[in-house]
Write a protein that binds this ligand. Structure first.
Ligand code: FNR
Length: 184
């Protein structure tokens, strides 16, 4: 059966360019896996008082979705040279209560876009640091530093010609990585 891949977009902007990139990436690989977008924008700001109370329900549901995936693709912007708060909050809530993290062992890859030259590279490096502690086998190469330019995504939502080959290869390497690191 096909791999199930959860896609987590690190932005709650309605017009998110990272969501547009994520949708384009899914289109490139849609016959190689089943993709599901795991929404994080509705999650409350986590704190440990939630644990064991009804307040933890949104995170329990989110954790169940994470655990149903064979792999996770993180498509994230960079905020002030680091991981956006909305994404860090989702990671934190999904990692608790202590000893019951949903992330452990799930193979992942990180990619993102911004208009700047460094193209989210520092946010991605910070995310890698978090994923070491979260115990997620994270694809090292190719890296996904995608500069947002006119034509990156065409009018139909497909990846444009300049980046299509690179990003198709990125996705097939990611799916091979997920296959190789399956949790048993
Ligand atoms: C940004 N932006 C940004 N871009 C970048 O390349 N490096 C950065 O450190 C930052 N910092 C930053 C902080 C905050 C609070 C905001 C709102 C934005 C710009 C960012 O790349 C741009 O807004 C993108 O459109 C964000 O991606 P989404 O939300 O459209 O997917």
């Amino acid at each position: 059966s096909k791999l199930k891949i959860g896609v987590i977009v690190g932005s709650n902007s309605q017009q998110s360019i990272n969501r547009q990139l994520a949708q384009g990436l899914v289109k490139l690989a849609q016959d190689q896996a089943d993709f599901e977008f795991l929404d994080i924008s509705h999650l409350p700001l986590y704190n440990r008082d939630f644990d064991g109370t009804p307040a933890s329900k949104p995170f329990q549901d989110f954790k169940q979705k994470i655990r149903s995936c064979n792999g996770l693709l993180f498509v994230t912007p960079e905020h002030n040279r680091s991981v956006p708060a909305v994404l860090k909050n989702a990671i934190d809530g999904g990692s608790r209560p202590y000893g019951d993290s949903a992330w452990a062992g799930i193979p992942a890859a990180i990619i993102g876009t911004s208009p700047g030259g460094p193209a989210t590279s520092m946010a991605q490096q910070h995310l890698r640091n978090i994923f070491v502690f979260a115990d997620m086998p994270t694809m090292q190469q190719p890296e996904g530093f995608v500069q947002w330019k006119d034509g990156l995504i065409d009018a139909e939502g497909n990846i444009g010609p300049a980046s299509k080959e690179f990003l198709a290869k990125y996705m097939s390497k990611f799916l091979a990585w997920v296959q190789l690191h399956q949790k048993h």
